[in-house]
Design a protein around this ligand. Structure first.
Ligand code: ZN
Length: 141
């Protein structure tokens, strides 16, 4: 099984599981994959779908019961721990720093921080290659 972060033509982001990459291609072609929010079948893979757009009423993709849930969550935690241990925290300046790096105004380095929905959408539009950090349930206060 592989998980893809998908986005529909209306920019709704959601995650879906597929047996393999070929199964994803086949199901999209056959129109089986539909957006859970607006039912659009015009969907494509999105790299940072969970952070693309999140309004108050927008649904957040969640998962439970996968046989490897514990390992997958541990892997996500390891990813987050690695990034936060090796990158510089820039807080609210993430979007501006990421854009300056993308525009080669400053040297490339690992950074992490926070951005608003609008900032994230702007970075996506500008083709800045970043990734979301997982928000893990046990970290919610
Ligand atoms: Zn949609």
């Amino acid at each position: 099984m592989i998980q893809y972060s998908l986005i529909c033509e209306n920019r709704h982001a959601f995650d879906a599981w597929f047996k393999n990459a070929a199964a994803y291609d086949e199901q999209v072609v056959r129109g089986i994959v539909a957006c859970p929010i607006c039912s659009s079948q015009q969907v494509e893979k999105a790299l940072m779908a969970p952070a693309v757009q999140r309004t108050g009423s927008e649904k957040i993709a969640l998962s439970i019961g996968h046989p490897q849930q514990a390992q997958l969550r541990a892997a996500m935690k390891a990813l987050k721990d690695k990034v936060t241990a090796e990158a510089d925290y820039v807080g609210d300046r993430f979007a501006s720093e990421a854009r300056r790096m993308h525009d080669q105004e400053i040297e490339q380095r690992g950074i992490y921080g926070e951005a608003t929905r609008d900032e994230v959408a702007g970075l996506v539009e500008d083709g800045v290659d970043f990734m979301p950090l997982p928000n893990l349930p046990e970290e919610h206060n």
